[in-house]
Design a protein around this ligand. Structure first.
Ligand SMILES: CC(C)=CCC/C(C)=C(\C)COP(=O)(O)OP(=O)(O)O
Ligand SMILES: [Mg+2]
Length: 411
C-alpha cells in the first residue's frame, strides 16, 4: 500500500532494491533469436546490405569489440523459452540481433508495471488498456537491460519509459496532445523531475499540480523511485537528458504550428533532442553500478552517447513510418523530411533514411571503441557496452512490436 508522503497520497514508500521474485541459478546465454527472413532486397539495396567495408571495419561492431568484465546475462527465473517474436527487420538495416529476453523477467516486469500504472498513478482509462499491453514494455526493458541485477532495477527503467511515452502521447501527440501551448505544459511537467524551490506561499499549488494529470503522476512517481536508487549525479544526468528531450519536443511543436518542414540537417538536430537518449543513459543505474560523472562528461563518451541515441531514434522513424503516415497532419520523420527536402520518391527517401541510420550506427560503434580505448576503465567499458546493448534491444523491440508498427511496402 503506498504511504502518504509530503507531496500527496500516491507517493510510494521507499523500496529497497531487492527482487521479490526468486532468481534461479545462472543459465548460459542463449543464442540470438532467429529473426524471420526479411523480404528480399532489390538491387537498390546492395550498398546498404553490404554493411561496413574497408580496412579495419570488422572491429567497428561494439557489440563484439567490448568484452565486458561481467556476465552478459543474468540468471533466468523460468527456463521455458518464449516463442521467438515476429516482425521483419527493415531490409538493409545494420543491426545486431539480441538473445530472446528472459521470459520470467518479462512476465514479472509486465505484471508489476501494469499494477503501477493502474494502481499507483492511474495512468489510463479502461479503453486504453489494450494499447498499454500492446506497448510491451516488459519485453522492451528486459531486452535492453540484460545486466540488471533484478526486477526492481528493471522497474526503474520501465516506469520511466512508460511515463516518457505518456507525456509524449498526452501532451504532444495523438492522445489529446497538441503543439499549441506545449511549452507551458512541458515546463510544468518538467518540475516533476526537477522540483520547484520556492516560497511557502506558492509551494502547495505546485504540489497539487504534480498529481493533477496522468502524465505528471507518472513522471513524478517514476522519478521518486529513480531518485531513491540513483546517486545524485546519476539523477542530475537524467534530469539533463530530460531537459534535452523536452527542448526537442518544443522545436518539433514550433515547426508543426507554422507548417515548417525543416532541412534534413535541421530535422536531425531536432531529433537529436527529441530522442531516446534518456533511456540508454540510465543503463548504469539499472545495472546497479555508476559511471562517475567526470567520465560520463568526457567528450568521447558524450559523442558515443549522442550517436547511439540518434541511431536508436532513427530506428523509430523507420519502424513508425507507416503509423505516422496514417496520423492526422504531416508527421515529421526522416523519410518524410528527405522526400520533401531532397525531392525524392517516398521509397528512395525511405532507403536513404536506412542509409543515414546505418552511418549513424557505424559512427556510434567507432566512437564507442574510441572512447573505450581512451579510458579503458571497467565502468566506462560496462557503460558503453550497456548503451550498445540498449540500442540493440531497442531495435529488437521495434522489429517485434507488430501491434504498434508495420513496414511500408517498398520491397
Ligand atoms: C522513451 C522516450 C525517451 C521517448 C521520448 C521520445 C519518443 C517518444 C521517441 C524518441 C519515439 O519517437 P516517436 O514519438 O515518433 O514514437 P512513436 O513513433 O509514436 O512510437
Ligand atoms: Mg515515430
Amino acid at each position: 500500500m503506498p504511504a502518504p508522503g509530503p507531496l500527496g497520497p500516491t507517493v510510494p514508500a521507499p523500496q529497497p532494491l531487492t527482487p521479490p521474485v526468486p532468481e534461479a541459478a545462472s543459465a548460459p546465454a542463449p543464442a540470438p533469436a532467429a529473426e524471420p527472413a526479411a523480404p528480399a532486397a532489390g538491387p537498390d539495396l546492395r550498398r546498404i546490405l553490404g554493411g561496413p567495408t574497408g580496412l579495419g571495419t570488422s572491429s567497428l561492431s561494439l557489440a563484439r569489440a567490448l568484452t565486458p568484465p561481467f556476465p552478459d546475462r543474468v540468471p533466468e527465473a523460468d527456463p521455458a523459452p518464449l516463442a521467438p517474436a515476429e516482425g521483419h527487420v527493415v531490409p538493409g538495416l545494420y543491426h545486431h540481433p539480441v538473445p530472446e529476453p528472459d521470459p520470467g523477467r518479462v512476465e514479472e516486469v509486465s505484471r508489476r508495471i501494469k499494477r503501477w500504472a493502474e494502481e499507483e498513478v492511474q495512468l489510463y482509462p479502461e479503453e486504453w488498456e489494450g494499447q498499454f499491453d500492446g506497448f510491451s514494455v516488459g519485453r522492451y526493458m528486459v531486452a535492453c537491460h540484460p545486466d540488471a541485477p533484478g526486477v526492481d532495477h528493471l522497474m526503474l527503467a520501465a516506469r520511466l519509459m512508460v511515463a516518457e511515452n505518456a507525456v509524449d502521447d498526452c501532451y504532444c501527440e495523438d492522445h489529446g496532445g497538441s503543439p499549441v501551448g506545449l511549452g507551458g505544459r512541458i515546463l510544468l511537467a518538467h518540475t516533476t523531475l526537477d522540483p520547484l524551490h520556492t516560497t511557502p506561499e506558492y509551494t502547495p499549488a505546485w504540489e497539487e499540480s504534480l498529481v493533477s494529470d496522468a502524465p505528471r503522476r507518472a513522471y513524478r512517481s517514476a522519478m521518486d523511485y529513480f531518485v531513491r536508487a540513483a546517486t545524485p549525479s546519476q539523477t542530475d544526468r537524467y534530469r539533463h537528458d530530460m531537459a534535452r528531450l523536452h527542448m526537442g519536443y518544443l522545436a518539433e511543436a514550433a515547426w508543426a504550428e507554422t507548417d515548417y518542414v525543416p532541412e534534413v540537417w535541421e530535422y536531425l538536430a531536432m531529433r537529436q533532442f527529441n530522442n531516446f537518449r534518456p533511456c540508454p543513459t540510465i543503463t548504469d543505474t539499472v545495472g546497479g553500478y555508476e559511471l562517475p560523472a567526470d567520465l560520463h562528461a568526457l567528450p568521447k563518451t558524450q559523442r558515443a552517447i549522442a550517436l547511439a541515441g540518434n541511431a536508436a531514434t532513427i530506428v523509430n522513424d523507420l519502424y513508425s513510418y507507416t503509423k505516422e503516415l496514417d496520423s492526422p497532419g504531416l508527421h515529421l520523420n526522416l523519410p518524410v523530411v528527405l522526400a520533401k527536402r531532397e525531392q525524392l520518391s517516398e521509397r528512395d527517401a525511405y532507403l536513404k533514411a536506412v542509409e543515414v541510420h546505418n552511418q549513424l550506427m557505424h559512427a556510434f560503434e567507432s566512437a564507442a571503441a574510441d572512447a573505450a580505448a581512451d579510458c579503458p576503465v571497467p565502468s566506462v567499458l560496462r557503460f558503453l557496452k550497456g548503451v550498445a546493448t540498449w540500442v540493440d534491444g531497442n531495435h529488437d523491440w521495434h522489429r517485434t512490436n507488430t501491434y504498434r508498427y508495420s513496414l511500408p511496402d517498398f520491397w
